[in-house]
Design a protein around this ligand. Structure first.
Ligand code: AHR
Length: 501
């Protein structure tokens, strides 16, 4: 099979916002307790943070991590999680039917974030919480000192304000599973009033209002319209959440599912711009895709296991090569929509639906999905070049015609590099790709990285065999006169790095 891609130096979709490569850690399952924090682990530091997890996280070069939830957020009293640890209460978390010991709270998480070199995307509870608790939290985090909550932070050992710049106004408030879920009118009004106070406290912050928790929810569309109409001038982003593969396990259909993600993004953009038009404003609302991932077939159904314990196992999926391909297509879709998707959070980061697994008594290891994220986060920053793709398609009932090649290209001017990300969706055919780089002089191959598992698309990494699927460099690509010829293996994730002038 053959494909052609044309890129032009001047044909730029957008410059990526570094926060496109954000992630998410929730007080859920073993993400915090047993994930980032496990004082008994041989690699733990003086704070109880696992060193093996920190190393894997650092390599991902994550600019921002959303915290503390998720569904957990909607019943979290942040004041329970600050101050002397021995005085903190153990409380129930209704969202995940577990116990929250409050050993890790706002200060500890910021300490961990500083260690891994990331900012924190904070969130205020609009389920059981109210405007007052939101105001108090932003005072605690961002106010200099000399007031009740800023002084409390200083007493707790942190002199300098955290200065958190991005704040979420609740989580998935449209979902009946959410603690204290709300009608669209109720949420829109509360989000508007909370946003107003938060910006009075710190006008430099950016606020994310909840969009729909998933595209198929019956209130989708109307929810976005209602929230935007009420809070347009107070907010900066609208959120999107999407997990692909919940119920889809027919490989070729699953591989095409990012067509839906692309439509989802473009539909939300259209709604934002409709309200922009109605309001006759020049302000643009951008998107925060602050929960995205694939759901593997190892998905558990509920919270039955170890109810009302600390850090019970929840949603510890094991991701296959097939999942990594869909995951790679999701990254490509985010990159190609980076004119409006400014922030995105891979949900989640450790143990819970995660690229990093941290066994209690063993070493942390990387799932198949770890590698596409590593590549995109490290090489997918810069000017997104609009790819003109010509390639054969296959047909699916659910998504119509799906191209065999999914691709995005990013030009990093400072480094003088173009990186092309490409997934070959074909099960059995190599793709002979011709890539034309217009208007770039002196193009030279740096490397072509491939990840695949020729024998078994369902193969996974595991604690026992963490290196079963690893990306490796192959010497197949040739470049001359700005034209690159390369062969893409069946069912493969590819990163083609080119030095340019
Ligand atoms: O990531 C698990 C949950 O999925 C989050 O808590 C929630 O926001 C979403 O529904």
């Amino acid at each position: 099979m053959k494909a052609k891609i044309t890129l032009d130096r001047e044909f730029v979709t957008a410059k990526t916002d570094k926060r496109l490569y954000g992630s998410f850690i929730e007080h859920m399952g073993r993400a915090i307790y047993g994930g980032i924090y496990q004082p008994s682990h041989p690699t733990a530091d003086e704070n109880g943070f696992r060193g093996d997890v920190i190393e894997l996280v650092k390599a991902l070069n994550i600019p921002i991590i959303r915290y503390p939830g998720g569904n957990f957020l909607s019943n979290y009293n942040w004041e329970d999680g600050v101050g002397p640890v021995e005085k903190r209460p153990v409380v129930t978390d209704a969202a995940w039917q577990s116990l929250e010991p409050n050993l890790i709270g706002t200060d500890e998480f910021h300490k961990w974030a500083e260690k891994v070199g990331t900012d924190v995307m904070m969130a205020v509870n609009l389920g059981t919480g109210d405007i007052e608790s939101a105001k108090n939290l932003i005072e605690y985090c961002n106010h200099e000192k000399g007031s009740k909550y800023s002084n409390m932070r200083v007493e707790n050992g942190r002199e300098k304000p955290y200065g958190d710049k991005v704040w979420c106004l609740g989580n998935e408030m449209d979902g009946p599973w959410q603690v204290g879920y709300r009608t669209m009118e109720d949420y829109a009004d509360l989000a508007r009033r909370t946003a107003g106070v938060m910006k009075m406290m710190d006008p430099s912050i950016e606020l994310v209002a909840c969009g729909s928790s998933y595209w198929g929810i019956p209130t989708f569309g109307k929810w976005e319209l209602t929230v935007l109409e009420a809070a347009y001038d107070k907010i900066d982003y609208l959120s999107l959440h999407l997990y692909l593969g919940w119920s889809e396990k027919e490989t070729m259909t699953y591989l095409g599912a990012t067509k839906d993600m692309d439509r989802f993004i473009k539909t939300v953009v259209a709604i934002c711009d409709t309200v922009k038009g109605i309001k006759k404003t020049s302000k643009t609302i951008n998107l925060s895709f602050d929960e995205w991932n694939v759901q593997s077939s190892t998905r558990q159904s509920g919270n039955e296991e170890n109810k009302w314990t600390v850090g019970p196992r929840r949603e510890e999926y094991i991701y296959s090569m097939e999942d990594a391909l869909v995951f790679g297509c999701m990254l490509i879709t985010l990159i190609n929509n980076s004119n409006r998707v400014k922030m995105a959070c891979l949900a989640q980061l450790v143990n819970v639906a995660a690229p990093i697994m941290a066994p209690k008594d063993g070493n942390a290891w990387a799932q198949t999905t770890y590698y596409p994220f590593l590549h995109a986060s490290n090489w997918g920053r810069g000017k997104v070049l609009t790819p003109i793709v010509k390639c054969p398609t296959y047909n699916t009932k659910k998504y119509g015609d799906v191209p065999y090649i999914e691709t995005a290209a990013v030009y990093n001017e400072e480094a003088g590099e173009v990186t092309v990300f490409a997934v070959n969706r074909s099960s059995d055919e190599e793709n002979e790709l011709t890539l034309t780089l217009r208007d770039f002089s002196e193009c030279e191959m740096i490397e072509h990285i491939v990840m695949s598992h020729p024998e078994d698309i369902k193969a996974c990494n595991s604690e026992e065999n963490p290196n079963n699927i690893l990306p490796h460099t192959v010497p197949t690509a040739k470049i001359s006169d700005g034209i690159l010829n390369v062969s893409l293996e069946p069912f493969s994730w590819n990163v083609i790095r080119i030095k340019v002038k």
